[in-house]
Design a protein around this ligand. Sequence first.
Ligand code: FAD
Length: 389
Amino acid sequence: PLGHIVIVGAGFAGLTAAKYLREWSAGNIKVTIIEPNPQFISCPQSNLVLGGSRTLDDLSFSYALSRKQHDLQWIQDSVTAIDLANKQVTLARGKLHYDRLILAPGVDFDYSRIPGMASPVADIPHAWKAGKQTLQLRQQLEGMPDGGVFVMTIPKAPYRCPPGPYERACQVAHYFKQHKPRSKVIILDSNADITSKKGLFLQSFQGDYQGIIDYHNNSEILQLDIASKTIKTDFETVQASVLNVIPPQLAGKVAQAAGLANVDQHWCEVDFVTYASTLDSHVHVIGDSISAGLPKSAHMATSQAKICAAAIIAVQSGRPPNPLPVFANTCYSFVDDRQAMHVANVYRYDPVKKTMATAEGGGVSTKASVQEGDYAQAWAQNIWADTLT
Ligand code: FAD
């Protein structure tokens, strides 16, 4: 009786929204979720597959429990277009009407901004969506001779998971230190600086991984030669044995196609009380596709999903949504197989600036530790359980 909500994407954001729409409406909202992938694969901890302490199986989960438990209508397909005027989405198999739409398609990659690599190249994986490419990159590292060079390029922010590339560098260095001690990790960061856990990552780069990790800031790709895996920047030319280009990012393709990526044509602007798009009050956008100073993390995506679900239930019931949402974000990074470190913050809605603002408090670890590695594992198990059951 409270309407039909269609959700595009069963990642961290979409699946969490589906669960809480059903739970908090006591089953009074019909939820249809559209997702092409047969199973859920977690990006969090996927860098540890590169380091060798996790397998992709450890991070792969069935959608079956969630579907059954919350009685979700499930369509395994992709949305190719959205008809905003008629409130319909187009799938390969036909059209579907919605009362409200939640878009949670994650990020898409913009190859047009990589000089020399205008489209994906089969043996240069990004591995920035966990899955086949994560395994491919691990196999490339395993196949690389000792003394080889792993080069990773980092796109201009904002991109999915701000500390993710630096965690990846540590994981690859951890593998090299054990199995290929003469090998090197070169990070070409197009940003001026490390924006997340900088001091902590530098401790690792200059401590455990001294002589292995070589970090270069302000190093945008000026030219990339695919055949020789050579990259030219303002300062140098480097040749990779294994090349990992993390492409520049923008909102999921379906959000762009619907014209909802209204910030620099890259990200979707939303009202942070309901997560409604500023272009269409019946389309809500959550997760990595939104524009905000908020880090693009799984923890954020699930927090936004809960606020969005509660707001939709309120509005569909004729009540005002909570005017002052608040949530937390904790992000752990593993520096080896056991030690991790964190950054944590609380965010409160600022009604004057109409955005989520970092509240006082919060903080970062003083150093990476095994104890925090245990906390990081517990964090992952909790977010998987919350999202997938
Ligand atoms: P996703 O989880 O990517 O889900 C989007 C879903 O939408 C996908 O399943 C996709 O198939 C589907 N979809 C896309 N287009 C369509 C369409 N047209 N029709 C139907 N379905 C569609 N975050 C943390 O909090 N902690 C971490 O430790 C952490 N580590 C990370 C490490 C790495 C290496 C990476 C890459 C990311 C990491 N993240 C981490 C970030 C986290 O993975 C993302 O922020 C999170 O996945 C965002 O959730 P989302 O639901 O917006 O997108």
